[in-house]
Design a protein around this ligand. Structure first.
Ligand code: ADP
Ligand code: MG
Length: 265
């Protein structure tokens, strides 16, 4: 349902994303993990057609981001930690407004809003203005907003950043509901402990590159770790050891060639 192919994104010569490839399927929560600055948001923004890739491409529900960006947007819901609602509109009015932006209207839209109000348990405040909502209430409306057009792929970028426990739980519950409905949920986060509880498969990013993609079980098997944080450090450690070795070899080569010159060899 999501296929990312050799995707790179440069900003003024700086590679924020370097030849990233992975696939994720319906019915799973796929973790896009890595520390701050790893390139997760940039990858997501390219997938969501907000940014154009420098090279490579991606497909959402079989639609190519470069060839069919509108189809991609129709099949993709994106939730970030910036909530973006109109304070003076009620929850329903907000949803109607964003529904209209996706070309939805009339009874179909009202039915969709009713359904979202129900599954996200918003009955009590759906007709109140959003300005005075708690963060948990706002987050529910934000989730409803991001999936108003019933997309097949839902990407949550750091969805629980800055939320209290209750509001976070709303997001977590919804991710699990969406998985059951057969949607692909991509959870992008730097919080490995959080991802560990929710994700089926994960891609771990570091400095713009993917350093591991697999099920949690396989990652633990390969790294001899029992949690994602440790697995990340171990993979990174192995990588660092490799580059240190390369650096040492390069140094020795330079040193040897100098010696050769010095001795006229
Ligand atoms: N618009 C931009 N211009 C220049 N550099 C950027 C831009 N967006 C992101 N970056 C840089 O790209 C790298 C990856 O950022 P980002 O994708 O936001 O990482 P993450 O979401 O994993 O924290 C960072 O070093 C960031 O500073
Ligand atoms: Mg980010």
């Amino acid at each position: 349902m999501l296929r990312v192919k050799q995707l790179s994104k440069f900003f003024n010569g700086f590679a924020a994303v370097k030849e990233v490839s992975f696939q994720a399927n319906g019915g799973e929560i796929f973790g896009l993990l890595g520390p701050n600055g790893a390139g997760k948001t940039t990858t997501i923004r390219v997938i969501a057609t907000v940014l154009t890739p420098t090279s490579g491409t991606a497909e959402v529900a079989s639609f190519d981001i470069l060839k069919a960006p509108e189809k991609v947007r129709q099949n993709l819901g994106l939730l970030t930690s910036e909530i973006g609602l109109y304070d003076r509109f009620t929850a329903r009015e907000n949803l109607r407004y964003f529904g209209n932006l996706y070309g939805l209207a009339g009874q179909a839209l009202e039915d969709r809003i009713d359904y979202l109000v129900e599954i996200l348990d918003m009955q009590k405040f759906a007709d109140r203005r959003a300005g005075k909502f708690s963060t948990g209430m706002k987050q529910k409306v934000a989730i409803a907003r991001s999936i108003i057009h019933d997309p097949k792929v839902i990407i949550f970028d750091e969805p629980t950043a800055g939320l209290d426990v209750l509001a976070s739980q709303t997001v977590i519950d919804y991710m699990q509901t969406a998985r059951k409905e057969g949607k692909l949920v991509v959870l992008s986060t730097h919080d490995m402990a959080h991802a560990q509880k929710l994700c089926d498969r994960v891609a771990i990013m570091h400095q713009g590159k993917i350093i591991a993609v697999d099920s949690q079980a396989k990652i633990y098997q390969q790294t001899q770790a029992d949690n994602l944080e440790d697995a990340f450090l171990k993979i990174l450690g192995a990588d660092a050891a490799k580059s240190a070795l390369k650096a040492k070899e390069a140094f020795e080569l330079r040193w040897l060639s100098k010696k050769h010159k010095r001795f006229g060899l």
